[in-house]
Design a protein around this ligand. Structure first.
Ligand code: XMP
Length: 518
């Protein structure tokens, strides 16, 4: 548990893809929430600050002999409980209901609720025809003892159930996803009408506490930080700088694989505007040399990651008495590093981060953002005066353009891509689309195609444009651009970047594809 002294709602994670969204929805409503595993639930000793418990959805089934469950005494603590999807089925099973796997009753996607009875949980929610998002194969077919049916759908009778006396509620649909109309109202009712919890959580109110913690941990020692100019490392640097001033050393390693002019811009901002002790190391030559003739994505990732560590370590050694390494680890990174079932999800890509550094350099880690989601980090960034250009910047991967230049990486190809990418971002900002998109970038494909320009044949590169909407990068949809934007961006890139004669737009979602190409 991270805060032992704060009113909170705990979310028991049974492995749903969208558990994180439950935590976010609750925090958006001004209440602190934490995600724990079913095993961690069994180890809780102090319940004083736990004002509500939510059971998430998950891939398990209560119709088998063995299934993930909770200790039965959890229902005796007089703490309100809300089960979502698998969570509802688990509650139904524990209280004597019947659950069946059923092809007839399964629901995926949109369903409409039919109102049966009044409930605190559905106040101001069931007053109009509600479309909710479903994803289940099992269904509760017999109501558990002392429960009432609040709403049904065409396919499943027991979609919302409650035992208001014991304050136990269950919903078959997912109120946490945006596809459910006004899903937040369910959480509002659960938190404020049922749990009677007070709105106390705000990111900014945590700032004072974080600053104090950093001061108490670091004391008079030195902290080093790899500054990339992304939101997370920038917020970490400003926060630590505010706490300990001169004892923070920031190192920016220019791999030569960054966006056009971006690194120098960031360097200037941190040096001149924020007066940080920041050093820029230009290692672009070294990175490009090591990447020569390497086209395998995993090899590229390893080379870039390892070289980054080497360069950083060499630079850090020039400073004496460094005890801490500051990193921008976020709450989703912490949740993802452990699963509810203990099974490891298969590795899709090896991520570049500076994770190897603390061990190698015998440094202690400081991770002040480890309780926050990305949007919360941006709130913190704003309160620290971080410039909008950085605070609202799209995520950018550690290996940078190295994994957006498919095939071999050369100086020329980096330049071509930087130009096209810069035009793309500039046009997105001009068209006021940048902030509607979670991540956008240009990439260079490893094939050339024939074109015709000014009556002459050309044989040049294809530039791929990607733009996605997402909540956390785990799943994503491609952004639906207006046709005139696509027309004009294609035209602008081809007219202004030598070496590109064709522009394509990637219209795949994640899954089945990923956000980056490599
Ligand atoms: P994928 O391509 O896996 O990307 O759908 C999901 C999100 O992660 C970012 N990404 C990275 N971020 N180091 C990072 O810090 C990496 O090595 C890395 N690879 C992918 C990607 O940009 C997207 O936001």
């Amino acid at each position: 548990m991270q805060f032992d002294d704060k009113d909170k709602v705990i979310i028991v994670d049974f492995g749903s893809q969208v558990t994180k969204l439950i935590a976010r929805r609750i925090r958006e409503l001004g209440v602190y929430s934490e995600i724990i595993t079913p095993k961690e639930l069994t180890k809780i000793k102090k319940y004083r600050y736990i004002k509500g418990i939510i059971f998430s959805g998950g891939p398990s089934t209560v119709t088998g002999k063995r299934f993930q469950s909770v200790p039965s005494d959890i229902f005796k603590k007089n703490i309100p409980i809300l089960g979502i999807c698998y969570g509802l089925q688990l509650i139904a099973k524990i209280f004597g209901g019947k659950i069946k796997p059923s092809k007839k009753r399964r629901e995926f996607g949109r369903a409409f609720l039919i109102h049966r009875k009044k409930s605190l949980l559905t106040k101001n929610f069931l007053n109009s025809r509600k479309s909710v998002w479903m994803s289940h194969e099992d269904a509760v077919v017999k109501l558990p003892t002392n429960f009432k049916t609040i709403a049904s759908t065409k396919n499943s009778k027991l979609t919302i159930i409650e035992n208001s006396e014991k304050k136990i509620y269950g919903v078959q649909f997912h109120p946490e996803v945006t596809h459910t109309d006004q899903g937040s109202q369910i959480f509002k009712n659960f938190l404020f009408l049922i749990c009677k919890i007070k709105k106390k959580w705000s990111v900014v109110s945590q700032k004072k506490k974080l600053l104090k913690e950093i001061r108490n941990t670091v004391k008079k020692d030195k902290v080093i930080c790899a500054l990339s100019g992304g939101v997370d490392s920038s917020v970490v640097a400003l926060l630590i700088n505010q706490a300990i001033k001169k004892n923070l050393i920031c190192i920016m390693v220019d791999t030569g694989l960054m966006r056009k002019n971006e690194f120098k811009y960031t360097y200037k901002i941190f040096k001149n505007k924020y007066n940080l002790n920041v050093k820029l190391i230009d290692s672009s030559y070294l990175f490009l040399k090591k990447l020569k003739n390497i086209s395998n994505p995993e090899k590229k990732r390893k080379i870039i990651g390892n070289l980054f560590i080497k360069v950083f370590e060499k630079e850090a050694k020039k400073y004496k008495n460094i005890k801490f390494l500051a990193q921008g680890t976020l709450y989703p990174d912490i949740i993802e590093s452990r699963t509810s079932t203990g099974s490891k999800t298969s590795k899709i890509k090896s991520h570049h981060n500076v994770g190897g550094l603390p061990k190698k350099m015998k440094l202690q880690l400081i991770e002040p953002l480890k309780e926050f989601f990305k949007d919360e980090v941006r709130i913190l960034g704003k309160s620290l005066g971080l410039v909008k250009n950085i605070n609202f910047k799209h995520p950018f991967p550690g290996p940078g353009l190295g994994i957006r230049i498919i095939g071999n990486i050369t100086v020329d190809r980096v330049k071509i891509l930087q130009e096209a990418d810069a035009i793309y971002l500039e046009e997105l900002i001009k068209a006021k689309l940048y902030n509607k998109i979670w991540q956008a970038y240009a990439a260079l494909l490893p094939i050339k195609t024939v074109g015709v320009m000014g009556d002459s044949r050309t044989y040049e590169n294809i530039c791929l444009l990607r733009a996605v909407i997402s909540e956390d990068g785990m799943t994503a949809d491609y952004f639906n651009f207006p046709k005139n934007f696509l027309d004009s961006i294609s035209n602008k890139i081809i007219n202004n970047v030598r070496g590109i004669n064709r522009v394509v737009y990637d219209i795949t979602s994640k899954p089945p594809s990923t956000i980056e190409l490599e």
